[in-house]
Design a protein around this ligand. Structure first.
Ligand code: MG
Length: 384
């Protein structure tokens, strides 16, 4: 299993923001969340290393990330922080990536290359060719040497290792009192060959306020589309006698009602499925299984509240919703204003962002034969 250690421990004094730089928003999303989300695409779990005092802020910033997240305490130095991260890994982890939380522009290509490198070689680090000429200097600032830059590489994170190798390298460094500026150097000094894989020049480490501006420009150019998600939902319930007919939370007088484990509000079920679908969070069956006694007879409006809360946790909200109810009878027109009001209130939206409409099927099909009622919904989600 692959895990990633993401370091969020730096005080970030050069950023001058008075807060940990990885908690700063970059185009509305905290830097640490961007870094963790990109690593989460390539790892089974993430160990986030942060100062204990800031842990609630990190938990807030990372709420809803779709991966196991472990926390470890930041140490005095980067190296101790990594060591604490290594100690937090579960036994099942056999490969680990180590990544600076301030490098939130790492791309899939860089990460895949470093993982493949570690799987082949045991240790690998992302790097780029050195484009500037590099000089060595003496204490007076006089150039004393110009190394051949074709033999030089600028090294970034992620760096990836077989777990046992990097643990051994860290133990040796601690024993010998060696402090390195990256993890690869700890491996190199005990003879572990580190393969340098191709990184990207945009994988910058956000250090100064200018870096934040540069990163913002990269993101702007990369993704000119706003973060919009669309989802659709569909549901059917059977009409039976002895049940209330409830649609969009409105009780409608009728000789039959919809049958189901909950209140069988097919319109709200379709709406919730559209919301979960747009957020890529599965469906209501997964969140509220009908095998669960807690949901017997429950008002679907209560479940809608929970789905709204779930979206908020994922930083999403509904922009608008459109629900279509397909029923031969009863006539629903006079109930539609109350339905819209109910849904708008539950989703915390102005009523003009919620539409409910009803149609018949000209007596065709199960709806037309009044055996059941179906509902369809489409929603658009935006990032909060
Ligand atoms: Mg249903």
């Amino acid at each position: 299993m692959w895990y990633a250690i993401v370091l969020g421990g730096g005080a970030g004094t050069r950023m001058g923001a008075g807060v940990n730089k990885v908690l700063l928003p970059l185009r509305g999303i905290p830097v640490i969340r961007r870094s963790v989300e990109i690593m989460a695409r390539h790892a089974d779990g993430i160990a986030v290393v942060c100062p204990d005092a800031e842990r609630p802020l990190f938990e807030d910033a990372l709420r809803g990330v779709d991966r196991e997240i472990l926390y470890a305490s930041a140490g005095e130095t980067r190296q101790t922080s990594v060591r604490n991260g290594l100690c937090a890994l579960p036994d099942a982890c056999d490969y680990v990536m180590i990544h600076d939380g301030a490098r939130c522009l790492a791309d899939d290509g860089t990460i895949l290359a470093v993982k493949r490198g570690a799987e082949a070689q045991g240790a690998a680090a992302a790097s780029t060719p050195c484009v500037d000429t590099v000089k060595t200097v003496d204490a007076q600032g006089i150039a004393v040497g110009t190394p051949d830059r074709s033999a030089l590489r600028c090294v970034q994170t992620p760096q990836a290792f077989r777990r046992d190798l990097i643990v051994r390298a860290h133990e040796a460094a601690r024993r010998d009192g060696f402090v390195g500026t990256d993890d690869a150097s700890l491996a190199e000094r005990i003879g572990i060959p580190v393969l340098l894989t191709e990184g990207s020049r945009r994988n910058i480490k956000l250090t100064t306020p200018e870096d934040l501006a540069v990163a913002g420009t990269y993101l702007e150019n990369e993704n000119p589309l706003p973060d919009l998600r669309i989802g659709s939902g569909y549901d059917v319930h059977r009409l039976v006698s002895g049940r209330k007919l409830i649609l969009c939370g409105v009780v409608i007088p009728h000789e039959t009602g919809l049958d189901g484990h909950s209140d069988a509000d097919a319109a709200v079920h379709a709406l919730m499925d559209a919301m979960l679908g747009a957020a890529a969070l599965g469906d209501i069956g997964r969140h509220f299984p009908d095998s669960d006694e807690r949901y017997r007879g429950i008002s679907s409006m209560k479940l809608l509240d929970r789905v709204c809360a779930l979206l908020r946790e994922h930083g999403l909200r509904v922009a608008n919703a459109d629900v279509t109810i397909v029923a031969q009878r009863p006539k629903l027109a006079s109930f539609i204003p109350a339905m819209r009001r109910n849904l708008a209130e539950a989703m915390d939206l102005p009523p003009d962002r919620v539409n409910v409409k009803a149609t018949t099927t000209e007596r065709l099909g199960f709806e037309g034969e009044e055996k059941g009622i179906s509902a369809q919904a489409v929603v658009l989600l935006t990032r909060v």
